[in-house]
Design a protein. Structure first.
Length: 212
């Protein structure tokens, strides 16, 4: 019996890695899509490649350029926000990033006959990005129904309503190499520990370790 094909958006971070292993555990034949979009935290690209190689998952790195920038992830001269001082959508939001990524994944899926696109989006312990909310994925699913030949490719965001602690617990249970993932936005050799992504990760592991 042929496995179901799926495209998995893999950033090299905690959430996307857990999502990859979730898709594998559910019997999908996965191909990973990794994006090099000029992000300052380029170490995540190496993490994504290493994780895919370790699991023998074919992966493609898509290099794109967003010359208009508009995000502190793309402009190194912009300071990264500190979570406790954040108000509203933080400067790390990359305009329409998930729309761009899912559009590439949709083209890939339709071309190779994949029936699903997996993304590690989360709307609980997250930075408030508008393209991580349930309504966004519901709307995109309706677009897929109109924009593709068969209209039957599914967007699956299994972590959407989970806390970071729950995501870490799931990743551990699935055997995901969370120690190889990279979350820090700063782009240094070691995690900065103060950016929004580092804080969310640290809090998640702290809560997970309290109840192990």
């Amino acid at each position: 019996m042929t496995k179901k094909k799926a495209i998995v958006l893999l950033s090299g971070g905690l959430d996307s890695t857990t999502t990859l292993f979730y898709a594998i555990e559910r019997g999908f034949d996965c191909c990973a899509l990794v994006f090099d979009y000029g992000q300052r935290h380029r170490k995540e690209l190496k993490s994504a490649a290493a994780i895919a190689k370790d699991k023998n998952i074919p992966f493609t790195i898509i290099k794109i350029k967003l010359p208009w920038k508009g995000s502190s992830l793309l402009e190194k001269e912009m300071p990264l926000p500190v979570r406790k001082k954040m108000k509203g959508i933080p400067s790390t939001y990359v305009p329409a990033r998930n729309t761009i990524f899912i559009s590439f994944a949709l083209s890939y899926a339709e071309a190779v006959g994949a029936g699903a696109i997996f993304i590690g989006a989360n709307a609980v312990d997250f930075s408030g990005y508008p393209d991580c909310r349930p309504a966004y994925y519901q709307a995109f699913q309706k677009l897929i129904e109109k924009a593709t030949k068969k209209g039957d490719i599914m967007i699956i965001a299994p972590l959407l309503n989970m806390t970071k602690k729950q995501i870490i617990k799931l990743g551990m249970e699935l055997g995901a190499p969370l120690h190889k993932t990279w979350s820090c936005y700063a782009g240094g050799k070691m995690p900065c520990g103060v950016c929004d992504s580092c804080q969310l990760r640290e809090r998640g592991f702290s809560l997970y370790n309290k109840v192990k």
